[in-house]
Structure formats: C-alpha cells, structure tokens
Design a protein around this ligand. Structure first.
Ligand code: NAD
Length: 314
C-alpha cells in the first residue's frame, strides 16, 4: 500500500495508547483523529506531532472529520461512554449502540470501503452492531476480541514455564469478558502439548496452576482497573498488532472477534476465536478440534453474547 491511512474514532485512553504505539512502530503513514470532543482530538494530534522529531517515521497526524474516512484503509473505533452509577450493563450497551450509530453512519456515508476494527466494550457485541449498521461484508468488520487476553495468557505461561512467549501457542476463546476460557487441549510449547510438558515434569509443574493462570487472565482487567482506573497500553499494542497483520498481508493467526457461520456449531455471533488475518481482513476462521467440554464453553459464551445482543432491540 502506498499510503497506509487509519482513522481513529475515540481519542481517549485506549485510542491514544493505540496512536502512540502506532507512531512508535511506524504502523501507518497517515493517522486521522476524530472525537466528539474536537478540542481533545486537536490537542492529541499536536502532542503526537511534537514527538515526530524523535521518531523514525514521518507520519502525517491531524484531527479530522468523517469525510476523511473516504480513502482510509482502516477505521479503528475506540469511542465509548462509561457506566454511570446504578446503570445496568444493558443500559450502558444501549447508550454505546447510540454512540456507534453516530459513528458508523457517517463513516459509511463518506464512501469508506476499508476495514472496521472495533475495540469499544463490550467488544463482541459492539462489533456485531458495527457489522449490522454498516452493511459491510463480515470479513471487513473485526473486533479486538480476545487478542489482548491471549497475549496475557502467553505472558503468564511464559513466566511459569520459563519459555519465550513466542514459543507458546495457546489461545483465549469466547467473549472478551466473564465467559472467556482457555481450550487447554490446544495449548503447545513449541510442538509439545502443554499437558505432556506437565505430566513429564510433575516435580516442577502442576495442572492446578493452569486454573490459576486462566483465572488471572480472566480477571486481569478488573485488577488493573482497581489499581489505576482503566486499562489501555496492552489493548493499544494489540490494535497495532492486528493492523500490522492487515497492512503487511501477514496471514497471521490472532484471536480477533469475527462472525461465525457454523464453526463450532455457532451462527451469526461475533466472538473471539483464532482467525487468519491478511490484507482482506479476516481471511479464514479456524475450526479447531476442541474437546466436548471446550465446545460447550464456547457455545455457552456465544449464547450469552447472542442474548445480550437480542435484548438490545436496536
Ligand atoms: P475514554 O473515556 O478515555 O475515551 C472514550 C472517548 O470516546 C472519549 O474521548 C470520548 O470523547 C469519545 N467519544 C464518546 N462518544 C463519542 C462519539 N459519539 N463520537 C466520537 N467520540 C466519542 O475511554 P477508554 O479508556 O479510552 O476506553 C474506550 C473503550 O475501550 C471502552 O469501551 C473500554 O471499555 C474499551 N476497552 C476495550 C478493551 C479491549 O480489550 N477491547 C480494553 C480496554 C478498554
């Protein structure tokens, strides 16, 4: 691509962590910042531009409008509203659906024909809403899904087994949230099944530790929010990772949120599972041979997401 152009909608903590990581990793050539708080987007563009002299890139960064989406390759959505006191999850979801209407409609109206990448929570449902509102083909509407959760898992396994995370092949699947889980039957260290590694080294490793790690992964966000109110660096880097897979036509496997069409017996629901990503967006959803209890966990997670979506009454 001659000019890799990204429009970022939502210049809050997550959006700007992504923008900062994108600048440092030279992830695009042009970055447009949009926020309902225009002054904030202008200030953020100024701040990033003032770092350009220390950067290896000559990225063009500016605060813009939805018309700027017309020739963009990717629109990243990190905009959202936070839960008010006493507000139910569903009420928050309805307000975020309204926020998305005010974003997706003008993006589509601009003539944009690239890829939507959604990070706003609840990310699987917001991605499904984006798919429905945009009328885009499903391979061009992607959610960050369990990409960050998978990175957390690999980090924790790497720490426990003392193996570089790059040589750990394990995924978090399902909703990015309470019903996510680790299909341990699929976990490998190099080419060796994780269960074999534990069984052959019982003096050093235990199966119980895997439950602990899975719990730590699932509750990481809550722990970080308790400590510092929000999480943003990890997800910012996860978004850059997905964008690199798209711009560099990598055919990489990442656990993004994609729309399933019969895989694992699930239909129409956006949910996190290993997918092959390249310049076309989602090239293929892998259909892993899960164990029966793992398939059940994934289907239960999909039901939770499907029910929330259907309760929304868009
Ligand atoms: P934030 O409040 O710092 O930023 C949200 C931004 O959205 C604000 O700048 C706000 O002005 C903007 N905004 C609100 N309504 C808008 C509209 N209609 N149009 C344009 N901009 C609008 O929040 P944050 O910490 O950056 O989090 C953003 C989202 O990312 C949240 O939903 C959060 O839960 C989610 N998140 C996702 C993951 C993940 O793994 N997917 C991880 C962390 C956070």
């Amino acid at each position: 691509m001659d000019n890799r152009k990204i429009v970022l909608v939502g210049t809050g903590m997550v959006g700007m962590s992504f923008a900062y990581a994108a600048l440092n990793q030279n992830a695009c050539d042009e970055l447009v910042l949009i926020d309902i708080n225009r002054e904030r987007a202008v200030g953020e563009a100024m701040d990033l531009n003032h770092g350009l002299a220390f950067s290896k890139t000559s990225m063009k960064i500016y605060a813009g409008d939805y018309e700027n989406c017309a020739d963009a390759d990717i629109v990243v959505i990190c905009a959202g509203v936070n839960q008010k006191e006493g507000e139910s999850r569903l009420e928050l979801l309805s307000r975020n659906a309204k926020v998305f209407e005010s974003i997706v409609t003008p993006v589509v109206k601009s003539g944009f024909s690239g890829i939507f990448l959604v990070a706003t929570n609840p990310v699987d449902i917001m991605t499904r809403i984006t798919f429905e509102m945009s009328g885009f083909p499903q391979h061009k509407v992607i959610g960050t899904g369990t990409t960050l959760d998978t990175a957390r898992l690999r980090y924790m396994l790497s720490d426990y087994f003392e193996i570089n995370p790059r040589n750990i092949h394990a995924y978090v699947m399902g909703e990015h949230g309470d019903t996510e889980f680790v299909p341990w039957s699929q976990a490998l260290i190099s080419t060796k099944p994780l269960f074999d590694v534990i069984n052959h080294n019982k003096d050093r490793f235990s199966l119980e530790k895997l439950d602990e790690i899975e719990y730590m992964v699932r509750t990481s966000a809550q722990q970080i929010i308790k400590a510092k109110s929000a999480t943003y660096y990890g997800i910012g880097m996860a978004i850059v990772r997905i964008i690199n897979a798209i711009f560099q036509n990598e055919n990489s496997v990442l656990t993004v949120s994609s729309r399933l069409n019969g895989e694992y017996g699930i239909n129409d629901v956006y949910i996190g599972s290993p997918c092959i990503l390249n310049a076309s967006g989602i090239k293929h959803v892998l259909n892993l041979t899960l164990q029966r209890d793992e398939t059940k966990k994934l289907r239960d997670s999909a039901s939770v997401l499907d029910n929330s979506y259907k309760e929304l009454k868009l």
